[in-house]
Design a protein around this ligand. Structure first.
Ligand code: CA
Length: 228
């Protein structure tokens, strides 16, 4: 069954981006725009994870968190979405029972990775192998490091996200819109940004002896295990 996510975020654009992205990934997603609504939903429904903006109108995110844990006694994992400026005092979030946080602006792929990690931990299978393999290529999604055989591959954070995304569906075409959305949300820095990341990834992998990223021009990319 699809994991249920509650998004509590008053920024309409951020909320919509998260909603669209997670729904697309097969999650069952609901959005609320203030703290009271979030608390109400958590009192009547069971969610698998809550994505919580701290700066919420009505009932502040930290107050929500406190009441969720202390009054409702709900242990649902909470991933805090925080602007950096909020962070110093908001690390208090952890004292109030947050499980993890991401800094805004964030890449949706980063949020997804943390959501999946929290869901796994909550299901008690935190020790599943984080390494994805394709032929001689391996990628450690916990460490964000890649190897071809024994040769380490140097990757920028974006190239690592890109590689992880492609490795989730080896052999399948991943559309460029989906990749852009995962890497940059709605703020794609320029039209060629993805192409430069693919180029960098291909070069890094190529230098280590792996040549398996195919382009379908104008459509997307796929990764394959190339047998020499
Ligand atoms: Ca806010």
């Amino acid at each position: 069954m699809a994991a249920r996510i509650l998004i509590a975020e008053d920024d309409y654009t951020v909320a919509t981006n998260l909603f669209t992205y997670f729904e697309h990934q097969g999650f069952d997603v609901e959005v609320v725009y203030n703290g009271q609504a979030a608390l109400h939903r958590c009192s009547v429904e069971r969610f698998d994870i809550v994505l919580l903006d701290l700066g919420l109108p009505g009932l502040d995110g930290l107050v929500f968190l406190q009441r969720l844990r202390r009054e409702l006694r709900v242990a649902t994992p909470v991933l805090v979405l925080s602007a950096r400026s909020d962070l110093s005092d908001k690390l208090a979030g952890f004292e109030h029972g947050a499980d993890d946080y991401v800094i805004k602006p964030f890449a949706l792929a980063e949020v997804e990775a943390r959501v999946r990690a929290l869901l796994q931990r909550a299901r008690g299978d935190a020790f599943v192998d984080p390494v994805r393999r394709l032929g001689t290529l391996s990628f450690d999604s916990a460490e964000h490091t890649a190897r071809v055989g024994e040769v380490p591959v140097r990757l920028t954070p974006k190239a690592a996200q890109l590689l992880e995304l492609l490795l989730r569906r080896p052999g399948q075409l991943v559309r460029r819109q989906e990749i852009e959305q995962a890497l940059w949300g709605s703020d794609v820095p320029h039209p060629d940004a993805l192409r430069s990341q693919v180029h960098a990834l291909r070069k890094a992998l190529g230098d280590a002896g792996f040549d398996g990223i195919d382009t379908t021009h104008g459509v997307g990319y796929r990764i394959v295990a190339r047998t020499p």
